[in-house]
Structure formats: structure tokens, C-alpha cells
Write a protein that binds this ligand. Structure first.
Ligand SMILES: [Fe+2]
Length: 566
């Protein structure tokens, strides 16, 4: 299939959806899927909001540099807000205004960021956001949040990626994304980790700000009351929106400082209790080419006012290596400092793409992460890696080191070195000592309309099998004139590292309860994955047709343990 939706199956884009989108201002890639070549252009801005409307919307929290004492309250408004501000107790905090003009539609987006510092640890605060031209000025939006506890305290967080929006006009959006946000609230975590591919705006290139708006207003239900900490995925990368295409993402989020000039917001870390959380942008290291792409035959033509040239068929926005090694150097420094710190027991890494995934209908695994980052995870004993990207749930055994030359090139059958991560145990005991190996969790189970809960099997030996990208899958011309495609992963391996795969649904949420352990006790993290059985539009294993559901039930519980670092 020409466009990358993290779902190689063409049947996932129903014709009615294509027609709706074509009518709304079609794109080259959608025109390619829908039929005959036709010049397509953005026909002007849709539903342009009143320029004078400063009413807060898309309200969400992120941690400040120190989660025990600081948060950032961020929001947007349809037009420019006058004197945007947050109020917390008696304090009135003016918001920083950040704006950008979408490089394809030419629409201007207004966002606001109030940095709130000087808070007490483990305390609950009420806040309100408003502006002089707030339509709700008489009763401004208000909510409460809680700061992180000080020291070795117990806390809960939740995670998934690949959320999308509930507005099914957009490619990959689906009603489950509203239930997924409600699920976060039902578990009342201190915060939520959103593992990339937030809303797939780049698959709806002529209406990106509208897609982001639906995303922001959907997740406000939870994100206004507790921080949601994101990382970029391949679908945050947009044509004509900044050097890595991340302007829509970076403008909306204020994230902890990484002190990497020119790369703010792309990666960061923060500390809560005895856990160091490290969020990285795997777009920088993966081989796979999966970001913005025009398949053809038509070009993607930005609105005239943008001054941007049409994006020609066969163009992809490929950003592997964009930081020139700066991110990996930062990652090593951050992991090393974390492991040296006697008050840190756990290191948890968040990234979008997967080093270990055996989804057969999704992307699979990527050698780029294995080469660049897994040796660092081994060296500094990273406990847990949380991913999205493949729309399912998969858990690895703890892995350390690599088995060499056990992969096979799909095209030729030749041996290829996929650096297959080596499981330190293949006994699924339910309790894993992560000082011995790193557990990887695939959590791309947020709310898209394309679950990928179908997994690989090697028919020769009946072992689990994973696809692996070992080289870039840049666009190549198909047999149809002016239509380009990107290939699937080029290699396979027996997935000896795969411990558990959920075949019943592609939707779920992981809940993490961190227990720091008593003075002489053992720290542990209890992880329970809840899944939304019946939410798959069509379950690939059973063929049963489903629909969005609010019912999340337990799939599995396991524990990570390690010795206290002090
Ligand atoms: Fe993705």
C-alpha cells in the first residue's frame, strides 16, 4: 500500500473514508489509493475560527523540570488570546504565546504555556486558565492536579501510544480513542506516558491543525488533570513544519529541558521517586522510512499563501540521523548519571518505534535501535522500554546482549545479522529481575482504527517470528506510473525474546505501580495490562467484528524486581 499508516493492509482504509477525505481536500497519497491521477490542491482553510476567540481549549499538563515542584499548563485557542494566563491560588501566571503557521494549509495555530514553579511535593492544586477574550470568562476552565512525591515514594503511572482521535473523518481515527482517555482517568495515575503517534495528522496532510485540535480536545479529559508526557513518533513528522517536521508537536508541548541546542523537546528526562524516566526520539536512529510520504500519482500541493512548492510523488520525509549523534551522546550521559545516582533504582525508557516487536501486520523490529541504543540499555541496566508503533500488546523476556547472524533476508534467504536481543530467561515466571535484562513492552494499543494484533510464526519450526528492518525502505516506483511505495521490513528472525502477545484485541492500557520497597526491602514494579476485548473492528484471529468499548479488563499482571541501589 502506498501510504504508511503503520498498517500494511490496504483494506484498512475503507473507500468511504477516502471519498470523505478526497471531498475535504484530497492529497496525493489518498488520490493514489482512490483512483485516477488528478491534480489536487488545498482549497483554502476549512472552518476558519474567529480570529478574536481566545477561549482556552486542548488544555493539557506536562511536568516541569522537577515534577515535585513544577508543571506546565498548556492550551490553545481558535484565535489569538489576549493576555492568556493561568491562575493558581492567588498567583496569576502569564502564559508564553507560541504560534506557527501550518506549512501545508497555511492555517495559524495559537498555543499558550504557563510554567508553574514553587509547588510543594505530593500536593494537590486547583488552577484555571483564561484570557481577556475567553468566551467562558465568567466561568473559566478549571481543574486540579497533583505534584510528584518527594523521595522514595510509591506512585502509579499508565501508558499507551498511538491514540488518534475519536473523529472518524480522519485517517486512522476511531472511537476507541475516547474510551482510552477515559481508561487513563479510571486508573487515576500520577501521570501518563503517551508513546508517540499522537493523532496521525501527517496522514491527513491538508487538515493537520484540525486533527491536532480533535486530539487535544479528546485527551483534555485526562491531560488537564495529570501530566501526559509524550515522545515523537513517525506520524508527528510533517512536511513543511520545521527541520524534522515536528513543529506541530513541539509548539503544543513544553517538555523538560535537555540542554541540546537546536533539539529542545525532542528528547528529555525527568525523575519521580526512585525512577528515572528517559524519553527519546527513535526517528533519529531507525532504518525504516515511515514518516510523511506522498505516494502519487498526484503531488501534495500546499495552499498558495504558504509559498511552498508541491511535494512530488515519491517524496518521503526521512530524518534518520538528524541529530548527528547528539541524542545518543545525551542518552548515554543521562543513563550513566542515572545509574551512578544512589537514589535511582529504576530506569524506564519511552520511545515510539520498536527494537523488539513480532507483529506480522505491523512494522516489526528495527536494527537501528538495536545498534545505537540497546548496547547502552545493557551497559546501564535499563529496566524497561515502553514503545508504541505496532497497534497491539507484546511483552519480551528480559534481554541482554545479542545473538549474531540468526536473521534471514526475506528476498534471498541469505543470513543477515539482525543483532537479535538475547533473552536471559525464557521461563515466563511472572517476576523478572531487570538488573539481569531489559523488558520491552509494545503498547501501540491506544485508539487507532487499525489494530495490528496479528503476530509472526516461522512455519518451518513453529517458532515466533519477527520482521526486522535492517536497511532503509525508501520509496520506489511501482508498476503504476507516478505511484511509489515503501517496502515492508527486509529481514526476519525467530523471536526467541517474545514472551507474551495479545491476540484477542489490539487495544489496551498498561498500569504501573511502583513500590520503592521498605528500608531493607526489595523495590518492585507491578505491571498490569488491561485490554479492551471486542474493540477490534475485525479481530484478525477470530474474524469477529467489534466496535469501540469502554470495558477494559485484565490481560496479565507481572512484576519487575531489582535490588535497591542504596
Ligand atoms: Fe508509528
Amino acid at each position: 500500500m502506498p501510504e504508511n499508516t503503520d498498517d500494511p493492509r490496504p483494506s484498512r482504509l475503507p473507500m468511504s473514508r477516502r471519498q470523505v477525505l478526497a471531498g475535504a481536500g484530497s492529497t496525493g497519497l489518498l488520490a493514489a489509493a482512490a483512483g485516477p491521477a488528478k491534480a489536487t490542491t488545498v482549497r483554502g482553510r476549512r472552518a476558519r475560527a474567529a480570529a478574536s476567540d481566545g477561549t482556552p481549549e486542548q488544555i493539557h499538563l506536562t511536568w516541569g523540570d522537577n515534577p515535585t515542584s513544577s508543571v506546565v499548563i498548556s492550551w490553545a485557542s481558535p484565535g489569538r488570546a489576549n493576555r492568556p494566563r493561568a491562575r493558581i491560588g492567588q498567583r496569576v501566571i502569564p502564559a508564553e504565546v507560541r504560534t506557527y503557521t501550518d506549512g501545508i494549509s497555511g492555517e495559524t495555530v495559537w498555543t499558550y504555556h504557563a510554567r508553574v514553579g514553587g509547588l510543594r511535593p505530593g500536593a494537590t492544586y486547583a488552577y484555571a486558565v483564561t484570557a481577556d477574550n475567553d468566551g467562558n470568562a465568567a466561568d473559566p476552565f478549571s481543574a486540579t492536579f497533583r505534584t510528584a512525591p518527594q523521595g522514595r515514594a510509591a506512585f502509579r503511572f499508565t501508558s499507551f501510544g498511538d491514540l488518534a482521535t475519536p473523529n472518524t473523518s480522519w485517517v486512522l481515527s476511531y472511537g476507541q480513542s475516547a474510551y482510552a482517555v477515559e481508561a487513563v482517568e479510571s486508573f487515576q495515575p500520577l501521570f501518563h506516558l503517551l508513546n508517540g503517534d499522537l493523532c496521525y495528522a501527517n496522514l491527513n496532510p491538508t487538515v493537520q491543525p484540525e486533527v491536532w485540535r480533535d486530539f487535544g480536545n479528546n485527551n483534555q479529559t485526562s491531560a488537564a488533570s495529570r501530566p501526559w508526557m509524550p515522545c515523537p513518533g513517525n506520524h508527528e513528522v510533517e512536511f513543511y513544519n520545521g527541520p524534522q517536521g515536528l513543529t506541530s508537536y513541539l509548539t503544543r508541548y513544553t517538555l523538560p529541558e535537555n540542554h541540546a541546542p537546536g533539539f529542545g523537546g525532542r528528547w528529555y528526562s525527568f525523575r519521580i521517586g526512585s525512577v528515572l524516566f528517559v524519553s527519546v526520539d527513535a526517528d533519529d536512529v531507525v532504518y525504516q522510512d515511515a514518516a510523511a510520504f506522498v505516494a502519487g500519482p498526484a503531488a501534495l500541493t500546499p495552499a498558495a499563501g504558504t509559498g511552498h512548492q508541491p511535494v512530488q510523488p515519491g517524496t518521503s520525509f526521512y530524518i534518520r540521523g538528524y541529530s548527528g549523534g547528539v541524542q545518543t551522546a545525551w542518552l548515554e550521559r543521562t543513563l550513566a548519571a542515572g545509574r551512578r545516582d544512589e537514589s535511582v533504582d529504576w530506569i524506564i525508557v519511552q520511545m515510539h518505534q520498536c527494537a523488539l516487536s513480532s507483529s506480522s501486520t505491523g512494522n516489526g523490529s528495527d536494527l537501528g535501535i538495536r545498534q545505537e541504543w540497546l548496547p547502552l540499555f545493557d551497559k546501564y541496566q535499563v529496566d524497561l522500554v515502553l514503545n508504541g508503533h505496532d497497534h497491539d500488546y507484546e511483552r519480551s523476556f528480559p534481554v541482554r546482549g545479542a545473538d549474531a547472524n540468526v536473521g534471514r533476508e526475506v528476498a534471498t534467504g541469505a543470513t543477515v545479522n539482525t543483532l537479535r536481543p538475547h533473552p536471559v530467561t525464557t521461563t515466563d515466571s511472572g517476576v523478572f529481575d531487570t538488573s539481569q535484562g531489559t523488558v520491552h513492552l509494545i503498547l501501540g494499543c491506544g485508539g487507532t482504527d487499525a489494530p495490528l494484533d496479528e503476530y509472526g510464526t516461522d512455519t518451518a519450526d513453529d517458532q515466533r517470528q519477527a520482521k526486522v528492518f535492517t536497511q532503509a525502505d525508501r520509496p520506489v516506483l511501482t508498476s503504476t506510473p507516478d505511484v511509489y511505495a515503501r517496502a515492508a521490513a527486509d529481514a526476519v528472525e525467530d523471536a526467541t525474546w517474545s514472551a507474551r502477545r495479545d491476540t484477542s484485541t489490539g487495544y489496551g492500557i498498561a498500569v504501573f505501580d511502583v513500590d520503592p520497597g521498605a528500608e531493607s526491602g526489595q523495590p518492585s514494579i507491578k505491571i498490569t495490562h488491561y485490554h479492551a476485548v471486542g474493540a477490534d473492528p475485525v479481530n484478525p484471529a477470530s474474524g469477529v467484528k467489534g466496535a469501540p468499548t469502554p470495558d477494559y479488563t485484565e490481560f496479565e499482571t507481572f512484576r519487575l524486581v531489582r535490588t535497591r541501589s542504596s
